[in-house]
Design a protein around this ligand. Structure first.
Ligand code: NAI
Ligand code: MG
Length: 358
């Protein structure tokens, strides 16, 4: 029996609801498959933990996570605590401490989902957005002096290293090579940002020489937003800096139907440390506690996690179940225009897993 150790961190708001649903579905898959076991430990970290202890997680939290094979994360964010405190107290220390430098965000229109673009049909959007996840604009470098005075200065320094850019470019070309269309778009802003982004472009061109089978092009980030809307079929794999991909991937999630569907994987590709899997969305104060959060993003996230753990059969069984469920509009939660609850969608996916032949 193959065993995988999972650290589950539900976090805040709907994070708790969707991770509970995700673990429920994973348990069903485990029983259906019968050849692997998930040993799950839950960590009550997040804003409630902060209110009790003054920290989002214990000081040795990241070290504790190193003992696991993967991390299954909900969301962090609280209406009464500033977002930079919650984000830098939990999610970013995990990503940086475990060197999860590759953030993968697939975007695809699932069956039954009506995308917001008028002429867009399922198949038009099948993208893999790769976000540099360890440096760039979110390196945390900078500071403030003369606080509150008229002379106050604040800097937020984007850090790009040759090692950091090289490894993300190489991973991007590897991903593109594995896809049927073998296309990569390198997002840049080297017209206006003439230091780091010029190095970014140069390194992309250097790495490209090792991947002659991959067709690649460059797009300025502003032009990329219009291309995603007006020529979605021209896009396959996309690589972009931390900030650029943060924005583009939210747009991608919306174009594919809803934030409630979009998954992401924070990967340490060399597997020196565990990778972290989470839905893209946040804690959603507006719907938290109402039982209507869409759990599909978390289920898709669980499929990415199973794939990473070396359980491709269970991953594809889960994806098939998800697609069967989204195809039926009676399973749509309010974000998709329906009236289904989190529990109803979860029950439908479990049923689809159990009743599938293959
Ligand atoms: P959000 O993603 O929580 O919500 C944006 C909108 O999408 C809301 O109207 C929400 O109801 C809807 N939505 C999101 N997920 C949904 C789901 N599964 N089903 C149905 N509807 C869904 O983003 P927002 O409002 O900007 O942030 C709320 C809090 O979450 C903030 O504290 C923010 O910092 C945090 N956040 C945390 C993230 C993380 O932990 N990775 C990511 C994004 C935001
Ligand atoms: Mg974001």
């Amino acid at each position: 029996m193959r065993e995988h150790r999972i650290a589950a961190i539900p976090g805040d708001g709907i994070g708790k609801e969707v991770i509970a649903a995700g673990l429920d579905v994973l348990e069903t898959l485990e029983r259906r498959d019968g050849s692997f076991r998930l040993i799950v430990e839950q960590f009550p970290w997040g804003s409630d933990f902060y209110r009790k202890t003054g920290r989002l997680m214990p000081a040795d939290g990241v070290a504790a996570l190193k003992l696991f094979d993967a991390i299954f994360f909900g969301a962090v964010g609280d209406a009464t605590i500033p977002d930079h405190v919650t984000l830098w107290g939990l999610r970013l220390p995990i990503c940086q401490g475990l060197d999860q430098y590759a953030n993968l965000r697939p975007a695809r229109i699932l069956p039954g989902i009506v995308p917001p673009l008028r002429d867009c049909v399922p198949g038009d959007i099948d993208w893999l957005i790769l976000r540099e996840n360890s440096e760039g604009e979110y390196s945390g470098s900078g500071g403030r002096v003369h606080r509150g005075l008229a002379e106050e200065v604040a800097t937020e320094v984007a850090i790009f290293t040759r090692i950091g850019v090289t490894r993300i470019m190489r991973y991007a070309f590897e991903l593109a090579r594995k896809r049927p269309r073998k296309k990569l778009t390198v997002v840049t802003k080297s017209n206006a940002q003439r230091h780091a982004m010029v190095m970014w472009d140069e390194i992309a061109a250097e790495i490209a020489r090792d991947y002659v089978d991959v067709t690649w092009d460059k797009a300025l980030v502003d032009a990329m937003t219009t291309r995603m809307v007006s020529k979605p079929k021209s896009i396959d794999v996309v690589v972009a800096s931390n900030l650029h991909a943060d924005i583009l991937s939210d747009l991608a999630a919306a174009l594919a139907g809803s934030l409630g569907i979009a998954p992401t994987a924070n990967l340490n590709p060399e597997r020196r440390f565990p990778s972290m899997f989470e839905p893209i969305h946040g804690s959603a104060f507006d719907i938290a506690g109402k039982g209507v959060a869409n759990p599909i993003a978390t289920f898709w996230t669980a499929a990415l996690m199973l794939d990473h753990l070396g359980e491709p059969a269970a991953a594809s069984r889960l994806m098939t179940a998800i697609e069967r469920v989204t195809a039926d509009k009676s399973n749509h939660t309010p974000d998709l225009g329906g009236t289904a609850t989190t529990l109803q969608v979860t029950a439908a996916v479990k049923h689809a897993i159990v009743s599938a032949n293959a």
